[in-house]
Design a protein around this ligand. Structure first.
Ligand code: IVH
Length: 737
């Protein structure tokens, strides 16, 4: 060894020694910081008694982050910084629940609550049956699993048996401890709801409005939408919280009545329901339900009812379950909330097809989970019938996600000078947006703007074109569509395909005085979505074109039998349908056309006896056939066809050949959907059914083949039972698929 290399060696070693010392010191400090931050999280979130300022907290947090950047090996998975740490996922892993997550039977009357208690008294005669009354939280159901005090897994309810693994996302919620406090049981599964408080919800929507993104309808949607994000960094920015109301699988938990769970959860540092009542008679139950109704609006989370649960686990076990829900619990739903507010103005909105709809502009009020500033007044007749006047105090009702409506006027509060609202006079015989001519449309009991270039109509058409169920270009909805039309960048939906990133980036979403541009990042995203729309299948395009009478179902049916848009425009099948209906009296001709349609799979021989075996039922009826052919024969329709071609867009059918259509597994089957499905939306279920050849209709009749029922099914469920129609749930439906 040379002297030089010896010196180098010594230097390296002393450097290593120093590093090791640094690392030990860092490790120690990091542990301190983690404990300290956890303590402040607890003080802040659980005890609502912070002892340091937000600034000091941020300081500690930043110190920890800096050290973790310097010594990444020393990051522990339970570090408070790891709450936002995970990488975006490709998809959520599916995890089976240790115990199924069931739903509850709903009741809407006190009578039914009485019946519930009478029923369990009958089932457990001569016993005292204490029950717990607690809030029914209107959030997103989750299960959290702690093993030996550590958070191991968080999952959504999914179909009740299998849910999405959303552990990364739940870790971003600061009130969810990574470790339980004190002596923790071996296994503790806790269940509850993730929610967004009103304030956070409004702030989030404000930000989205400014960015031109679609708004969430209510806090629950916002919470659900947030939990569905695959990137935990996005979730971390959403103001989510959780409230827990029960346990699932447990080991080493020594509790035999439900009411003891709340203090236990609190003791372990978990955010639990803070108000509950124990009752032993119907009177006490109803009293608790009323008391809860009086205070529930003060909770940070939204509630839509009270849950009544048998307190003793032993009694629960003896009561057992029905097919869908436990016999030992019931949910009582409060009535839709109604509030009074002042109607400041009536404005006229112009819809996609030019229909003028009166809308009430209200003094903003918070009702059923969100702030309402507008309510639809439907049409001129409705305003007359309810005698709604500007300046009136009105009663607003909102049930869940339904668009708020004006229920009635509080006549006693009417200002003396309020005059009946004269719709015709108010609009001065012209479109309030473009000033174009209007016409009374008798079919829709409404006025209609006849100017196809009316900017309001164009905006609505662009929004429709870009909607999720159409071409799914989310980023050009709402205010962005408004501004694109207002600034003349878009005159019709297809203009979107000629937008340039630079143009979009510069788009001013604000006013001339206070400008606020769309920005490079949003613009790039939008252009990507627009490019993707080019490749979407024919069914989506047919729907997006907003052909009169063509909804999603019809669009899918048409796409199954045609390869391209031109094929639809010149469809011999649609012409056949018209000819068949024209010539029904001429047996020979009709028979020939009918045979041709049946052969193509576009029609089936009718079962109706009146037709004596001659008749057929076609995939679409003559009204739709006429409407589609008229649309493409019109000047506007021809222009659209030409333009699509020029833009180099060639939507193709995900075509199942027409012969095969008749052989599709659900071909000819009619479905009716009711209730909320555990793991798919109505649209998704409909899409699946239609892709396999089935139909979805709105009401149950003898002809219905299946009723697909989710939780909280409506009257369709009862009707199906009455008619003996087969009722299936999501797991069964999935099997069918
Ligand atoms: S107990 C087997 N308690 O409502 C009983 N559920 O319709 C399991 N919910 O799936 C549920 N607040 O997502 C229970 N205090 C509460 C609740 C509650 C809201 C949700 C939960 C459940 C659904 C039942």
């Amino acid at each position: 060894m040379t002297r030089l290399s010896i010196i180098a060696d010594i230097r390296r070693n002393s450097y290593r020694a120093k590093m090791a010392k640094d690392e030990t010191r860092a490790a120690k400090r990091m542990e301190q910081l983690r404990d300290e931050i956890r303590k402040h999280d607890r003080l802040y979130y659980e005890e609502a008694a912070p002892i340091i300022s937000d600034r000091e907290y941020d300081h500690l947090y930043k110190e920890l982050i800096d050290l973790e950047m310097q010594f990444p090996d020393l990051i522990t998975p339970d570090s408070p910084t790891q709450r936002v740490g995970g990488k975006p996922l490709k998809a959520f892993e599916q995890v089976a629940h240790l115990i199924p997550m069931l739903s509850l039977d709903n009741t809407y009357s006190e009578e039914e609550v009485k019946n519930f208690y009478a029923r369990i008294q009958r089932l457990l005669p001569n016993e005292k049956i204490p029950v717990v009354i607690e809030p029914k939280v209107d959030g997103v159901a989750v299960s959290l699993i702690y093993e030996n005090g550590r958070l191991r897994q968080a999952a959504t309810r999914g179909d009740g048996n299998v849910g999405d693994n959303i552990t990364q996302n739940i870790r971003t919620i600061r009130s969810v401890p990574e470790r339980l406090r004190g002596a923790a049981p071996k296994l503790l599964e806790v269940r509850g709801e993730v929610y967004m408080d009103k304030h956070g919800f409004e702030k989030l929507n404000d930000e989205r409005r400014k960015a031109g993104l679609l708004l969430f309808a209510n806090p629950r949607n916002a919470a659900a939408g947030s939990l569905k994000q695959l990137d935990p960094a996005i979730v971390a920015k959403r103001p989510l919280d959780v409230v827990l109301y029960g346990t699932g699988a447990t080991e080493g938990v020594d509790v035999d009545v439900h009411s003891e769970i709340f203090p236990l959860l609190k003791k372990l540092g978990l955010p639990a329901t803070e108000r509950w009542w124990v009752a032993e008679s119907v009177e006490e139950i109803l009293e608790a339900i009323h008391e809860l109704d009086g205070i529930r609006h003060k909770f940070a989370y939204q509630t839509d009812g009270a849950v009544v649960k048998v307190n003793s686990f032993a009694q629960r076990e003896r009561l057992g379950f029905t097919a869908k829900s436990p016999r030992w619990a019931i949910a009582y739903k409060y009535e839709a909330e109604r509030v009074q507010t002042r109607l400041n103005e009536i404005v006229i909105q112009v819809g996609r097809t030019g229909i003028l709809t009166p809308v009430a502009v209200l003094e903003p009020v918070f009702v059923s989970g969100s702030t309402v500033g507008r309510a639809t007044l439907h049409n001129e007749d409705e305003i007359k019938r309810k005698d709604i006047r500007i300046g009136d105090t009105v009663v607003i009702e909102k049930a869940g996600e339904v668009i708020p409506a004006v229920v009635e006027v509080v006549k006693s509060k009417r200002p003396r000078d309020a005059k009946p609202f004269d719709f015709a006079k108010h609009i001065h015989g012209k479109c309030p947006v473009c000033g174009g001519p209007i016409r009374r449309d008798l079919q829709f009991v409404a006025w209609r703007c006849e100017n196809l270039q009316c900017p309001a109509q164009t905006t609505r058409r662009v929004e429709f074109f870009a909607a999720r169920t159409a071409l799914d270009i989310e980023s050009v909805g709402g205010i962005v569509a408004d501004k694109l039309v207002e600034r003349g960048l878009v005159r019709e939906p297809l203009d979107l395909f000629e937008l340039k990133t630079e143009q979009l980036a510069k788009l001013n979403l604000g006013t001339d005085e206070e400008s606020r541009v769309f920005g490079e990042k949003n613009a790039t995203k939008a252009i990507h979505a627009i490019e993707r729309a080019r490749t979407l299948p024919l069914s989506r395009w047919l729907f997006a074109l907003a052909i009169p009478d063509v909804g999603r179902t019809t669009a899918t049916q048409l796409a199954r039998f045609h390869e391209t848009i031109e094929d639809v425009a010149n469809s011999p099948l649609l012409r056949g349908v018209l000819q068949y209906h024209e010539k029904r009296d001429d047996k020979e001709d009709a028979k020939e056309i009918a045979d041709r349609l049946v052969q193509s799979g576009f029609a089936k021989p009718s079962k109706s006896k009146a037709e004596k075996g001659r008749g057929i039922t076609t995939e679409v009826g003559p009204v739709v056939a006429q409407s589609v052919l008229d649309f493409f024969a019109s000047a506007a329709g021809k222009k659209i066809l030409r333009r699509i071609k020029e833009l180099g867009i060639h939507p193709k059918s995900e075509k199942v050949s027409s012969k095969k259509a008749a052989e599709l597994p659900l071909s000819g089957k009619t479905f009716v959907l009711t209730g909320t499905l555990p793991s798919m939306t109505r649209e998704e279920a409909t899409e699946k059914i239609e892709m396999l050849g089935g139909h979805v209709t709105g009401s149950v009749s003898k002809k219905t083949d299946y009723v697909l029922a989710g939780t909280e099914p409506g009257s369709k469920f009862d009707k199906a039972k009455e008619l003996g129609v087969r009722i299936i749930d999501e797991p069964e439906f999935r099997k069918m698929l």
